[in-house]
Design a protein around this ligand. Structure first.
Ligand SMILES: Nc1ncnc2c1ncn2[C@@H]1O[C@H](COP(=O)(O)OP(=O)(O)OP(=O)(O)O)[C@@H](O)[C@H]1O
Ligand SMILES: [Mg+2]
Length: 317
């Protein structure tokens, strides 16, 4: 019995000492601690001095919960490899240069290629670093001139109501002399007439235009010269960038950012990057692998974690 009491007292001492040490180390005030733990200031102050007359156990439960969550958070921070949201891969550089060329030369660039090579990611990046970049993503539902012009007006933050020719005029008015760049992502969804409507904005306002999408984008421009507007657009394409698949150097740039150095793991990742889905499949795999690594107490994902993650996501062995 006596022993038990002593043991309890010791635990209390240790807990209070631990809390004081954290407060000292982090310059945490009593009110700060009260907020973080959810224990009232007065009770907390008395408990710290070992003079709380009430239910000490209740306070300690709250204190322990706070200490544990602190530990868990710092363990996670120390182990979780940062998932790089932007890496300047060779493919990304090619896209960036096509976009900045279109904007600076007020020209038309076409970027087309396979899924997951980083086209959309790079467009987002470019929009962050250059002024007056408007990005519109085409979909099957906005493939015709009216709907896509409405989306462009939305992206510009101007009125989207009224007749199509009025919206078109408003768009031209808004972008003229801005030295801006209009980017249409997923441009393969656009009909010939919609592409032509966009070309006429480029012509009338003198802004840059980038058409980005899958392989079909370019074959549409070259093969289907059925409409006059189409040939007009094609003759205006000043720069084209084809990225049919991710390059191995894209993958190695990504791996460097993830801090993956193990030779076997890198080979596995190169294989994943060569599959359809390219960097998308690889990034998803590495995100899951890093969770697996975390669970098993490893720092960075190793080859086993990556293989498990790849299979877990439905990739073939
Ligand atoms: N440069 C990059 N830096 C960091 N991550 C990247 C990069 N490029 C691609 N990724 C990863 O790959 C994923 C897919 O890239 P993204 O969506 O840009 O491909 P996409 O070329 O637009 O493909 P789709 O043709 O299917 O639209 C991204 O969500 C990201 O996780
Ligand atoms: Mg995309």
């Amino acid at each position: 019995m006596t022993n038990n009491v002593t043991a309890l007292n010791q635990t209390e001492q240790t807990l209070q000492a631990t809390v004081r040490a954290v407060m000292d180390a982090e310059g945490l005030s009593l009110s700060g601690l009260s907020q973080l733990t959810g224990v009232g200031k007065t009770r907390l102050s008395q408990w710290l001095k070992d003079k709380y007359p009430g239910d000490n156990a209740a306070i300690e439960t709250d204190i322990r919960r706070w200490l544990e969550s602190r530990e868990a958070a710092s363990a996670l921070e120390g182990q979780m490899p940062a998932a790089p949201d932007w890496v300047e891969t060779p493919s990304a550089r090619a896209v960036l240069s096509a976009l900045s060329f279109a904007q600076m030369a007020e020209a038309v660039s076409v970027v087309y290629g396979g899924a997951g090579v980083g086209k959309t990611t790079t467009i987002r990046r470019y929009r962050q670093q250059a002024p007056n970049v408007w990005v519109v993503t085409a979909t099957p539902a906005v493939s015709a001139p009216g709907p896509i012009l409405t989306r462009i007006a939305q992206a510009l933050g101007i009125r989207t109501t009224g007749a199509v020719h009025v919206i078109e005029a408003n768009i031209i008015e808004r972008v003229r002399e801005t030295r801006g760049l209009l980017v249409i992502d997923e441009a393969q969804h656009l009909t010939h007439r919609a592409l032509d409507a966009i070309r006429s904005i480029h012509d009338a306002a003198g802004i840059g235009l980038a058409l980005v999408g899958n392989e079909i984008v370019y074959s549409q421009l070259t093969g289907g010269s059925r409409s006059v507007g189409f040939a007009q657009l094609f003759s205006r394409v000043a720069k084209r960038v084809r990225l049919s698949r991710a390059k191995d150097t894209d993958v190695t740039a990504l791996l460097a950012a993830w801090g993956i150095e193990d030779k076997e793991a890198r080979q596995l990742c190169l294989g994943i990057g060569r599959r359809p889905g390219a960097l998308r499949g690889l990034s998803q795999t590495l995100r899951l692998a890093s969770m697996f690594a975390l669970e098993s107490g490893a720092g960075r994902p190793g080859v086993e974690h990556i293989r498990d993650a790849w299979q877990d996501l439905g990739g073939e062995a």
